[in-house]
Design a protein around this ligand. Structure first.
Ligand code: ACO
Length: 200
């Protein structure tokens, strides 16, 4: 398993994983906006063990990459049929999509970052991947963009994510935002002061 910076080539896979793992989804241009504006802040976890059975490809784990690439669109381009493949032999198993808050208000709010979305494919959970992805993003925010703190929202019912943010990464709960999510669920607004010594 490798963790590396996300590139434009990864965003179809990131969007696919997001659709698969979370009800909060975004348009492709929002992923592009993140990667183009802050190319140092988003990360992906990938595996080269393409025979591994995960919930997206359990019925076709023995199919080769080439077999996925046979479909042609009308412009003569082959269409990527299995959106878990980043490239031949490399599958995306997790991502963190992160940004800086780009309109610091007039009150002189210091530079600060935001975690837009994080998820890990089911088969690869409880292995420390989300923690690693988060630490990479937080370190880059602090080191590259001088972010003094990072914020995020999480569903009140999301025990796994809450454990990760509050207990493992020591975020604090700032407030509860009522009906933050489309289905009416409340969100915890969370924040963490970024300290380079702790993040290294
Ligand atoms: N219940 C309780 N604790 C959990 C659970 C769980 N289901 N899953 C992980 N944890 C704990 C781990 O034990 C670990 O704790 P420790 O530091 O005390 O050992 C900590 O959380 C980190 O675990 P990781 O293995 O790094 O987390 P993982 O790679 O499994 O990913 C994640 C966690 C991202 C929440 C995953 O469960 C997931 O993808 N869920 C669906 C998508 C999601 O909810 N994303 C977050 C939404 S909020 C946002 O995007 C800003």
């Amino acid at each position: 398993i490798t963790i590396r910076r996300a590139t434009i080539d990864d965003i179809i896979c990131m969007q696919n994983a997001n659709l698969h793992n979370l009800p909060e989804n975004y348009m492709m241009k929002y992923y592009m906006y993140h990667i183009l504006s802050w190319p140092e802040l988003s990360f992906v976890a990938t595996t080269t063990d393409i025979t591994v059975d995960d919930d997206l490809s359990n019925d076709k784990s023995n199919t080769t990459y080439e077999e996925y690439m046979t479909l042609d669109d009308n412009l003569g381009n082959s269409i990527k049929l299995d959106p878990t493949y980043v490239k031949p032999g490399e599958k995306l198993i997790g991502y963190v999509l992160a940004k800086m808050n780009d309109d610091p208000d007039q009150s002189g709010e210091p530079a600060n970052g935001h975690i837009t979305s994080l998820s890990v494919m089911r088969t690869f959970r409880r292995m420390g991947l989300a923690e690693k992805l988060m630490r990479q993003a937080l370190f880059a925010m602090r080191e590259v963009n001088q972010a003094t703190y990072v914020s995020l929202h999480v569903r009140q019912s999301n025990r796994a994510a809450l454990h990760l943010y509050r207990d493992t990464l020591q975020f604090e709960v700032l407030s509860i935002e009522k009906s933050y999510y489309q289905d009416g669920e409340d969100a915890y607004a969370m924040k963490k002061i970024l300290d380079l010594n702790e993040l290294k």
